[in-house]
Design a protein around this ligand. Structure first.
Ligand SMILES: Nc1nc2c(ncn2[C@@H]2O[C@H](COP(=O)(O)OP(=O)(O)O)[C@@H](O)[C@H]2O)c(=O)[nH]1
Ligand SMILES: [Mg+2]
Length: 194
């Protein structure tokens, strides 16, 4: 897809601040530091739109980026950050749950996992959740540039087994390996909605 325009629209802490123009939304979720911002930036071919950072857990807002005036990338706060208080985690859960369960214009959820590690129980829980709500999803296993060809094969096999899904694309935000597959899925879902 040719990106003509990508811009930040809103950082929301409550559903009333979500955009109201009913454009299709693609949500990105995954544990803190998994490479979520890097995935979004590399898909768009920009640097620094969705902020990348080495201090995980900083983003506690739902951030909306409008792409080509047509659809949104939605950056959900990363989960599983140990230093966040129990209360903050609870608030996080409620906001995300509300977004995923009730957002009508959500056409695709992209769950990001780290190709170097076995997906965690929280990752599996997120995937089960998406399935439970019958939300179309794609798992993107990122950072494959760090793996050898053999490790890549094993990583994919393990991720499929642990997450109990075939719906996984391997990716690298550095080499942009897998970018066509991810965009194909996004584009299909965006057009399906229109
Ligand atoms: N080698 C490599 N590093 C990556 C990749 N994606 C993200 N990173 C690094 O992982 C760290 C966390 O990335 P970030 O996008 O901020 O993660 P987020 O917290 O999930 O948004 C940063 O140091 C990135 O440079 C990738 O595909 N390959
Ligand atoms: Mg981020």
């Amino acid at each position: 897809m040719k990106i003509n325009n990508a811009r930040f629209i809103a950082a929301a802490t409550v559903p009333t601040s979500f955009p109201k123009d009913h454009k299709p939304e693609i949500a990105f979720l995954g544990r803190s530091n998994v490479g979520k911002s890097s995935l979004m930036n590399s898909l768009l071919g920009v640097k620094g739109l969705a902020r990348t950072s080495s201090t995980p857990g900083r983003t506690q807002t739902i951030n909306f980026f409008l792409i080509n005036e047509q659809f949104y990338f939605v950056d959900l706060p990363g989960y599983g950050y140990a230093k966040v208080s129990k209360d903050a985690r609870h608030e996080w859960g409620k906001l995300i749950e509300k977004y995923l369960a009730e957002r009508e214009q959500l056409v695709l959820s992209i769950l990001i996992v780290d190709a170097r590690h076995e997906p965690s129980p929280l990752d599996l829980q997120m995937k089960s959740w998406l399935q439970h709500f019958e939300l179309p999803y794609l798992v993107v296993s990122t950072k494959v540039d760090k793996l050898s060809a053999n490790e890549r094969r094993n990583s994919l096999q393990t991720a499929k087994k642990v997450l109990e899904t075939e719906n996984i694309t391997q990716y690298s935000s550095i080499t942009r390996d897998g970018i066509k597959d991810v965009w194909d899925v996004i584009q299909n879902r965006v057009t399906a909605k229109q």
